[in-house]
Design a protein around this ligand. Structure first.
Ligand SMILES: [Zn+2]
Length: 235
């Protein structure tokens, strides 16, 4: 059996934690939406992964590829939460059915990450938000934790604003602004549904696409950009 890892997954016995060392573009983790309408508590108590069905292979919607159930894997949080997984032998890829309340490629639920980023958006400074959100943890660590979530969620919101102009025209890519536009207190789960057909291109934790590129270029890239000519041997 092939085991593929992902952030938030519990490694099996004897397996290494963390994502596998594959090229970032590789099909190491394909997620599709499981539109449950359930809360995380309901999903776990009803063991809703048992009834989760993948109707069509995302690679072969015409069928005939041998798509088959491939068991489940556990998420670290919420406790007891399993994810249904399918296997396409033609694409040699496993496909997991991620229920709407769960983050993609980030621990926990969308509501949890939204609470954190919403608090950061509303706070006067990131430092103030950090001290309030995780007072027991040292500030540099909390700032990194917070910056990562804020960057990912804001990137997802910016993309959704562009994709759904009729819904979100004039919005800032912040939790505060999108909440106000939708008149809702919880928006990320709602956007899973509203932007359902675009999820494959949206960054996690909202979508199932790749992480956004970092804005800050690497020191090497800066050096190369500084000169008028390409570095020697680059041609
Ligand atoms: Zn297939």
């Amino acid at each position: 059996m092939i085991l593929r890892g992902a952030p938030g997954m519990v490694p099996g016995p004897g397996k290494e934690a963390g994502p596998p060392r594959l090229p970032p573009c590789g099909p190491w983790l394909v997620q599709v939406r499981l539109a449950t309408g359930l809360t995380s508590e309901e999903y776990v108590s009803q063991k809703a992964w048992r009834s989760a069905r993948l109707e069509r292979c995302p690679f072969h919607p015409e069928g005939g590829c041998g798509l088959a159930g491939h068991g489940t894997y556990p998420r670290v949080s919420p406790p007891g939460c399993l994810i249904a997984r399918w296997w396409c032998p033609t694409a040699r890829t496993s496909i997991s059915l991620l229920p709407d309340f769960l983050c993609s490629r980030l621990k926990g639920t969308l509501a949890e990450v939204e609470t954190v980023v919403g608090a950061a958006d509303a706070a006067p400074t990131r430092e103030a938000a950090s001290e309030r959100l995780r007072p027991a943890v040292e500030l540099p660590g909390v700032l990194r934790w917070l910056r990562r979530r804020t960057r990912l969620v804001h990137a997802g919101l910016a993309a959704v604003i562009g994709l759904l102009p009729e819904l979100l025209a004039g919005c800032e890519p912040t939790v505060t602004s999108v909440r106000s536009a939708l008149g809702a207190e919880v928006v990320l789960v709602c956007l899973r549904d509203r932007a359902a057909q675009h999820l494959g291109h949206l960054p996690p934790p909202l979508g199932f696409g790749p992480r956004p590129l970092r804005r800050r270029p690497s020191p090497t890239a800066l050096q190369q950009e500084a000169g008028p000519d390409p570095p020697a041997g680059a041609r």
